[in-house]
Design a protein around this ligand. Sequence first.
Ligand code: ATP
Ligand code: MG
Ligand code: MG
Ligand code: MG
Length: 562
Amino acid sequence: MRWSRFYIPTLKEAPSDAEVVSHKLLTRAGMVRKLTSGIYTYMPLGLRSISKAANIVRQEMDKAGANEVSMPMVQPADLWQESGRWDFYGPELLRIKDRHQRDYCLGPTHEEVITDVVRGEVRSYRQLPVNLYQIQTKFRDEIRPRFGLMRGREFIMKDAYSFDKDQAGLDASYQAMYDAYMAIFSRMALNFRPVEADSGSIGGSFSHEFMVLAETGEDTVVVCQACSYAANIERAEVLCTGDECDGLDTPVEEVSTPGKCTVEDVAAFLDVPQAAIIKTLIFVADGEPVAALVRGDRELNDVKLKNLLHADVLEMATPEQVQKWTEAPVGFAGPVGLKIARIYADNELRLATDWVVGANKGDTHLRHVSLKRDVKLSGFADLRLITEEDVCPKCGGAISLTRGIEVGHVFKLGTKYSEAMNCKYVDEQGKEQTMIMGCYGIGVSRVVASCIEQNHDKDGIKFPPPIAPFEALVLNLDIRTDDVCAKVDEIYELLKSQGVDVLVDDREERPGVKFKDADLIGIPMQLVVGGKGLARGIIEVKDRRTGEKSELPVEGFAEAFA
Ligand code: ATP
Ligand code: MG
Ligand code: MG
Ligand code: MG
């Protein structure tokens, strides 16, 4: 590929709304252009990176026995009504009407559609297991799209869905996907780790997230060095902290609860905008909110540090239990129920041991939270978020908190969708049974952004070869000199013949401009060919990632690359 004929509109300045480095560099390197909030055009260079990531995903999914399909992006409301999610999904679901006033949505995920496909086709246990996947555009009307490709409204996801005849089958399908994800993110040369996670609004009982470790990550990951336990702090239970009820002897005051508070109360209590509140568990004393466990966005996390408490959670209540205890009105989804073991304040154990339950509406809109059981609390005035120092884990290892970007998520769904949508098969005994499902997502466009978060310097991107748009860049410093051009062509052909993905900078630009752009777009190997070098019989080679420069003799060049 020749740069003069390949459209790479690099920029000196980053857009003013770009907060994180990947957003700045993706734009400056001419890889993406914003159309409107959270919606981007993938430019030629950006699309190449995304395609490289997608191909790694595709190869590993195929290897794991999944089959590629492509499902429609527009989905009829009926299916979502059948699964029960039409009312529960909340405003992230973009709803549209056709000319006959029929309801549709733009797919944020495809459980309903795939279940509809499989229930119409798969009848017998002999046809199971089935695992179908696609790499496709998703739409989620995110409350705060930001960080460029990291949290878009329109983005590319790989989503896979497994159907099994029994729990053992699901376990095997889940493990195969988990292993495939390990292979995928390793091949992409990302610094990542799998962590235990909540199942969120997709539902289901068991899940792992794959986190790319980066300061700009929106998630907090709790890691125990000694026992290799790692979890999203949303699930944070910090489960490896030891004795279940150490705190029971601590004197506590009885505080009577139940109370109800509105999102306005919570916002006022925390002194944050209402829109920032996503998921909250409020502790109420004497009718007043006294502390809150909040999952908000980034700014709110900082606020949370001032206000909050951290509780060690022993056990999650089932959604059914919570629904019953809170008497949450119909339409409430995502109930939370936590068995609190300990609450810390000021390094001191201030404790509660009882069920604390709440319910919130939808995924993003909190209407109210009610506490049904009495909670024993004391000294909440200065409650705050737990820090690394607060924990002395039972297993003897140190706990650390680190930031992560969720690039993948694997769920055991069980029969949530197959039950609601009547997705059945006939077993060996001729009896009708419900299929058992799993679902598995990877944010393909987010992967490229996360890769840049981990691989950059002040001059630009430092792509690892697997998701670099090209593997090598040949810089022609003297496009008007015939022997330089001839040498460039020779190198270009040689690399191509060896299967190297190569771009030649043959633009009419000064060397300074070429060097700057080369560092900005971050292609791993730079080969510099110029009249001065050729006169000395050398080509300069730079490894963009290490900055290491070396000289290769022109003569032995072909052999060096053989
Ligand atoms: P998040 O917690 O970041 O909102 P999620 O848990 O809602 O993500 P899933 O439903 O698990 O996302 O979707 C599977 C994958 O799709 C995620 O692991 C993530 O990599 C990617 N993804 C989700 N939302 C976005 C988005 N708005 N922009 C880009 N990628 C996304
Ligand atoms: Mg989300
Ligand atoms: Mg998530
Ligand atoms: Mg997720």
